[in-house]
Design a protein around this ligand. Structure first.
Ligand code: FAD
Length: 459
């Protein structure tokens, strides 16, 4: 049986959100850790374009961050609250609130700013050393050596000894490849045939917002969509999701400036008016890929384990990848405490606890793509949503929209998924033949909801 540090140093490969957070957790309870990240230190690197790429943090991410003293207070200074959706269709809808409770709010935060806060928190423990520009190349589990290359020295390779490797090296994880070669595990990659580009809606005069700041903006178009999240600097980060190649609109079909310009004028006229250089931005923006990664076999004996996107990469349509990564890193820390003298058991218990939840949110994230681009302006969807919120208000212990269970609670993802299916069937029955909420038989609805039993609980 082995504890952290017994057989050599504890290394974290990857100092992104999951790696920096886990380092801070381990450091704060006195575990010495060295983090290696292939990129330069984001706290020193100059951002050439000065552009923010933001993420939505929800309750699960916040619950994890609350375990680090002062981190949420610092982050609160860097976020813009988003209280609901704003749909840009023939006209711009008002704010469609996410829920009835004041706590049902998402936070838009700059990815680099959040990572920097976590890197600072890790270093502040005095137990964490972070080495940037160091890329993990391979791992020798017989000799307990990690090979790395040093960007500062012509990518020269060197080796460091380890006792335990924590693989937080994202979707393209090297640690995962090394582990799966030895443990007989499996990986399933499902790449979407849609891609994305990120664009900036600049701030208006004097740093003012050009649109309502406290909402997540969506331009739904059935087969594609644009979304925009606010930044504290008055600008928005917009993301266009579109087929790579298709009979209809696609990235492949947008070759010339004229084609790009008419695509935006036709589909996102108000966006185009706010972003005079949208054609240039589109041409310059790198095309991102999207996919789901389901892994079985997250660990190798007592030597290595995966955490974050390296174990479970999901598509971004529920805004949960980072929230899942933080929740998983927090769970790993809890299992390491529970089985402090037996790393192999801690790693196995961690995967057993988290893999169904990771699969559930992976599925819900894929479903949410259809909901966001195709349903948010559909009358049947809007009626069901209105009824969901009403039932949640009438019977809060028995009904909560699935979206809200995922975003604003820590109910395990798999439980939220299963309960959401039951509720969806019920809503379909209750609105059948109804045009407005006044047509719904609320007495019968209450009885049916009570028959489902109380909502799943948080652990
Ligand atoms: P990463 O953030 O990818 O970090 C991995 C780190 O490992 C990086 O720093 C990298 O430099 C380092 N690394 C990689 N390989 C090596 C190596 N060989 N050696 C050393 N270091 C290495 N999630 C949300 O919760 N809300 C959102 O709103 C949201 N929006 C998103 C929008 C888009 C367009 C995308 C693509 C994702 C979005 N996500 C969102 C998901 C989120 O970005 C990820 O789930 C999250 O970043 C995972 O964190 P991680 O630390 O596991 O991986």
């Amino acid at each position: 049986m082995t504890a952290l540090g017994d057989n050599g140093p504890t290394l974290i490969i990857g100092g992104g959100i999951a790696g920096a957070y886990l380092a801070a957790l381990l450091g704060s309870r006195g575990e010495p850790v060295t983090v290696f990240d292939s990129r330069p230190d984001p706290r020193k690197a100059s951002d050439a374009e000065g552009r923010s790429i933001n993420l939505a943090i929800a309750e699960r991410g916040l619950a994890a961050l609350r375990q680090l003293d002062g981190v949420v207070d610092t982050i609160e200074q860097l976020v813009v609250p988003m209280r609901g959706r704003i749909v840009h269709d023939d006209h711009v809808s008002g704010l469609q609130p996410y829920g009835n409770l004041p706590s049902e709010v998402l936070w838009s935060v700059d990815r680099t700013a959040l990572t920097n806060v976590l890197l600072d928190a890790a270093e502040a423990t005095g137990k964490v050393e972070i080495r940037f520009g160091q890329r993990c190349r391979n791992i020798d589990f017989d000799l307990n050596l990690v090979s790395l290359s040093d960007a500062g020295h012509g990518d020269q390779w060197y080796q460091v000894p380890f006792g335990t490797v924590l693989g937080a090296d994202g979707v393209g994880s090297i640690v995962r490849s090394e582990i799966l070669e030895l443990n007989g595990g499996s990986i399933r990659k499902e790449m979407l045939d849609h891609r994305y580009v990120e664009l900036e809606i600049p701030a208006g005069p004097d740093g003012s917002f050009q649109m309502e700041p406290n909402g997540l903006h969506i331009w739904p178009h059935n087969d594609f969509m644009l979304i925009a999240l606010p930044n504290p600097t008055g600008d928005f980060t917009a993301t266009l999701f579109l087929a790579a190649a298709a009979d209809g609109p696609s990235f492949a079909a947008l070759e010339s400036a004229a084609e790009i310009s008419s695509f935006f004028e036709e589909n996102f006229a108000d966006f185009a008016a706010m972003v005079p250089d949208h054609v240039e931005q589109f041409i310059d923006a790198p095309l991102g890929r999207l996919g789901t990664i389901r892994t079985r076999g997250w660990s190798f004996e007592d030597q290595a384990v995966l955490v974050g996107d390296s174990a479970h990469g999901i598509v971004p349509f529920h805004g949960q990848g980072m929230n899942l990564a933080l929740e998983s890193a927090s769970a790993l820390n809890a299992f390491l405490l529970q089985h402090a003298d037996d790393l192999a058991t801690a790693f196995a218990a961690f995967e057993a606890d988290r893999s169904d939840d990771a699969d559930a949110i992976a599925d819900m994230a894929l479903e949410n793509y259809v909901e966001m681009r195709d349903k948010v302006n559909d009358p049947d969807y809007l009626l069901k949503r209105q009824l969901s919120l009403l039932l949640g208000e009438r019977l809060p212990d028995y009904f909560r929209p699935r979206y809200n269970m995922v975003m604003f609670s820590a109910i395990p993802y798999a439980d939220a998924f299963a309960r959401g299916d039951q509720q969806a069937d019920l809503l379909a029955q209750l609105v059948a033949g109804c045009d407005t909420i006044d047509d719904v038989d609320l007495g019968a609805a209450d009885q049916a909801v009570l028959a489902l039993g109380p909502l799943p609980t948080t652990p």
